[in-house]
Design a protein around this ligand. Structure first.
Ligand SMILES: Nc1ncnc2c1ncn2[C@@H]1O[C@H](COP(=O)(O)OP(=O)(O)OP(=O)(O)O)[C@@H](O)[C@H]1O
Length: 354
């Protein structure tokens, strides 16, 4: 990855190897910034901000990242420029849309923020679901965008004319995208379930009793979904709020029979979310034959040494992984891994500790 004026990172080239790569250094030195750079150059999205202007360093206006990805023998060059007011993207020499990046730049990240899947609000869980589905099927982004557009129109009618006939007309268009999203989300959770439980049990020594399921709001029977969507139209206009649709659904995550957000410890929450992400990675591998790059920020926070060691063993044989840690002890003895030391935004590929 070639870096120019990105966060606090020093300009230059950072190289990773096709195995476990460590970024090691004290707090606030640029480890997460480096991982964010890799995620950003492959997806044109940050995993911690929606404002691309946050990513620009203080040296000058604008930043640039260039990433070279070798995937299944082919070489892809991703370039992203953030200039005031816009973000420009190229794949090779060709100007691109974010979706083009998403289709090639397969990467899955885990940061402490992802604990929101368990501890956060329903919209955190929906966002998690949709991002994960999009990492397996990038076209899902278009279905979501279409549904968001129709919802905008429904909202307008709700706020202005309140004309039931017109509202129901748009509602029947919304039904198709809504059902597609709901079915995708249910099928996705189904597809990762057994792997997730297996990883949770084998890697994190988790209780076998992890349960998750999709919760459809205001519709008990999925085969009646379309009817319910139309049926609720009059009430929605009356109360001025929508009552059914994938934008209201949630995932019920239970741990040993209890709501995980109220019951699981910090380390257990981390293990649950990591199990889900790693299960998505396995599903991707099964579908496309290669592993997405795995990004793990602050890997050893909240995980005990036993679980951490099992996680590293698991990752050892599964594609390229980029990991950050502030604890030098974590990499002790891992002589086969690639280690970069991070200090004041400078990433140097030299192991200073054995
Ligand atoms: N746009 C920016 N321009 C310049 N510096 C920035 C920018 N955004 C963040 N920083 C700086 O980058 C540093 C944070 O780096 P980062 O989040 O990568 O730390 P870290 O090494 O992962 O630390 P920790 O171990 O605490 O997670 C902070 O010093 C912060 O002030």
């Amino acid at each position: 990855m070639e870096v120019e004026n990105f966060r606090n990172l020093e300009d230059g080239v950072i190289t990773f190897e096709p195995k476990l790569n460590w970024l090691v250094g004290p707090n606030g030195q640029g480890k997460t910034n480096c991982l964010e750079g890799v995620y950003f150059v492959l997806t044109t999205k940050s995993f911690r901000t929606n404002r691309n202007s946050d990513l620009t360093g203080s040296a000058k206006q604008g930043s640039g990242l260039k990433g070279e990805l070798i995937k299944e023998g082919a070489r892809y060059v991703f370039s992203v420029n953030i200039v005031p007011g816009k973000t420009q993207r190229w794949l090779g020499e060709k100007a691109c849309k974010p979706l083009d990046f998403f289709e090639i730049g397969s990467v899955i990240s885990f940061t402490a923020r992802n604990k929101a899947l368990v501890e956060g609000q329903p919209d955190d869980r929906r966002r998690f679901l949709d991002r994960m589905i999009a990492s397996l099927e990038p076209k899902h982004i278009m279905t979501l965008a279409k549904y968001r557009r129709i919802r905008g129109q429904l909202k307008k009618i709700m706020m202005s004319s309140k004309d039931l006939r017109v509202y129901r007309g748009f509602k029947s268009t919304a039904c198709r995208s809504a059902m597609e999203i709901v079915h995708k989300r249910i099928a996705f959770l189904e597809s990762i379930r057994s792997r997730c439980l297996e990883i949770h049990r084998d890697v994190f020594d988790g209780e076998a009793d992890l349960y998750f399921d999709y919760r459809v709001r205001n519709c008990a029977e999925l085969s009646h979904y379309e009817n319910r969507m139309m049926e609720l139209s009059a009430q929605e206009l009356l109360y001025g709020r929508s009552m059914i649709g994938p934008h209201l659904d949630d995932i019920d995550i239970r741990f040993i029979g209890n709501k995980a957000r109220h019951f699981a410890s910090s380390g257990q929450v981390r293990s649950i979310v990591l199990s889900m992400k790693l299960a998505v990675r396995e599903t991707y591998h099964e579908k496309y034959g290669s592993y997405p790059i795995m990004i793990l920020d602050d890997i050893d926070a909240e995980l005990d040494s036993e679980r951490l060691s099992r996680l590293l063993n698991y990752l050892d044989t599964r594609g390229q992984t980029l990991i950050s840690t502030s604890k030098y002890g974590t990499i002790q003895g891992r002589l086969q891994d690639h280690v970069c030391m991070v200090h004041a935004g400078c990433i140097s590929p030299e192991r200073k500790i054995e």
